[in-house]
Design a protein around this ligand. Structure first.
Ligand SMILES: Nc1ncnc2c1ncn2[C@@H]1O[C@H](COP(=O)(O)OP(=O)(O)OP(=O)(O)O)[C@@H](O)[C@H]1O
Length: 446
């Protein structure tokens, strides 16, 4: 298989096959040829094919029917059907049967090449996703970190290196930039892979609750503590604990966490004996902990412990070249998940994604694609399926807005006004910090 992928051309007209083969070979694809369904099946048994170009009328079958059969036996292969001039009905039926699209014999190269390239992108992503799912049972590892930009590749390289050690890691990046994906990938690439990975969002709990969730408690430690309870640290024993939003942790809890980092020991709430735990710690934040430790809002000693190995995850705005790749990746996942047969995105849709300022990073992109997939009626995603702010970038879109839109925009403005300080934003909004975090997640606000 070459870098570009492998295409099988099924046509009984040798001359047409040769013509297409020559054209596509020049583009760097590997071409295999079959003159009928029987020989095509033989090739499919032996080779990894990404895209098939198939004639409708074949000596021993029909390309439109073959499409339906192949989409159930080889769902990751994308099929383009070659219809006779003027026979749109065949093309339409082929798409209904799961074809990526159809070409009319006689179409020029300007139509053939972009279409084949789109089908190839889609098929290759599907192959990649499938092989990962098979290998990992759906879990994250580095091959599931989509992106080719130098910045993301740097982050992956660093993470791979540190994964082999037991070092504490601090992941830095904006919300939705993939900190949890990286934490999981580091765990999976480490010697602890068969042991638990426990993720804790430190902002999701009030201070007392976080302490007992993290360290566990003894029966009778406080009202309602009827039984001994294991904490997340104990649950993650021999594995990895991922402490997300560590900047939100209260100062006295930070002191207790520092003790874990230094001695691998902690006290359950209400216990006088320390517990030992063998654990790897990965922490993450979207805040500037160095600044906060200078101001005294984050413990400097804990910061120095954590920052020994920092990995900065680029925001999506810093790696715009990855936007189309990620969009295509989500489309190939979310189309089937939502029972939609969507073959691609219009050029304008793609452009709008590339121009957008992504405050919620990859999470926002994923949600934009999912929304578009759910709303779409046709085979291609167009700009009409994009949310309002795409046409009104500065959040000043005219009415009508739903109540949810208003809430989202208001929260985003307040956050902007306080430079992203969530504690202050929650105060201004007069809501709890946890509620604010839930809303930020729900609305993809950064
Ligand atoms: N490189 C990537 N390739 C593919 N999907 C990704 C990648 N990075 C993140 N995602 C997806 O984006 C979403 C957000 O990722 P994740 O939860 O890891 O971000 P985060 O930085 O931990 O966010 P938060 O700070 O809000 O906790 C998830 O759906 C995740 O699967």
């Amino acid at each position: 298989m070459t870098q570009q992928g492998t295409i099988l051309i099924i046509d009984d007209e040798a001359q047409l096959r040769k013509l297409l083969a020559r054209l596509l070979t020049l583009e760097g694809y590997t071409i295999l040829e079959a003159q009928d369904v029987r020989s095509a099946r033989k090739i499919l048994d032996k080779s990894d094919i990404h895209v098939i170009l198939s004639d409708v009328k074949l000596p021993d079958g029909n390309g439109v029917e073959l499409t339906a059969q192949l989409k159930s036996s080889h769902p990751d292969i994308e099929i383009i059907v070659l219809t006779a001039y003027g026979n749109i009905a065949d093309g339409v039926q082929a798409i209904k049967n799961g074809a990526f699209d159809y070409l009319t014999k006689g179409d020029d190269n300007n139509r053939i090449l972009p279409l084949v390239s789109k089908a190839m992108d889609k098929a290759r992503l599907q192959f990649r996703v499938r092989s990962l799912e098979e290998r990992l049972g759906g879990k994250h590892d580095f091959s599931q970190v989509i992106g080719k930009s130098p910045r993301i590749l740097d982050a992956v390289n660093l993470s791979r290196k540190v994964a082999a050690t037991d070092a504490t890691v601090l992941l830095l990046g904006e919300t939705g930039s993939g900190k949890e994906v990286f934490a999981q990938a580091i765990h999976r690439a480490s010697a602890r892979t068969a042991q638990p990975f426990v993720a804790v969002n430190c902002s999701a709990f009030g201070k007392e609750i976080l302490e007992s969730e993290l360290f566990g408690h003894k029966a009778g430690a406080f009202t309602g503590a009827v039984k001994d309870k294991k904490g997340f640290l104990e649950e993650a024993s021999n594995g990895t604990i991922f402490l997300d939003e560590i900047g939100e942790m209260a100062l006295d809890l930070q002191a207790k966490l520092l003790r874990v980092l230094e001695t691998r020991e902690f006290y359950k709430v209400g216990d006088s004996k320390p517990m030992k735990v063998d654990i790897r710690i990965i922490a993450a934040t979207n805040r500037d902990l160095e600044k906060e430790s200078e101001k005294g809002t984050f413990r400097a000693d804990l910061f120095y412990r954590l920052c020994a190995f920092q990995i900065h995850l680029p925001s999506l705005n810093e790696r715009r070249e990855d936007v189309p790749l990620l969009a295509q990746y989500f489309l190939s996942q979310l189309g089937p998940k939502n029972n939609k047969r969507i073959t691609g995105m219009s050029g304008a849709f793609r452009q709008a994604l590339e121009n957008h300022h992504w405050r919620g990073n990859i999470r926002e992109l994923r949600n934009v694609i999912e929304r578009a997939v759910i709303l779409s009626d046709g085979p291609e995603l167009g700009t009409d399926l994009l949310p309002l702010e795409f046409s009104h970038p500065e959040n000043d879109g005219p009415a009508p807005l739903s109540l949810a839109d208003m809430e989202r925009k208001h929260i985003a403005r307040v956050l902007h006004a306080v430079n992203g300080n969530k504690t202050r934003a929650a105060e201004m909004l007069q809501i709890g910090l946890t509620t604010l975090y839930n809303k930020i997640k729900e609305y993809n606000i950064r």
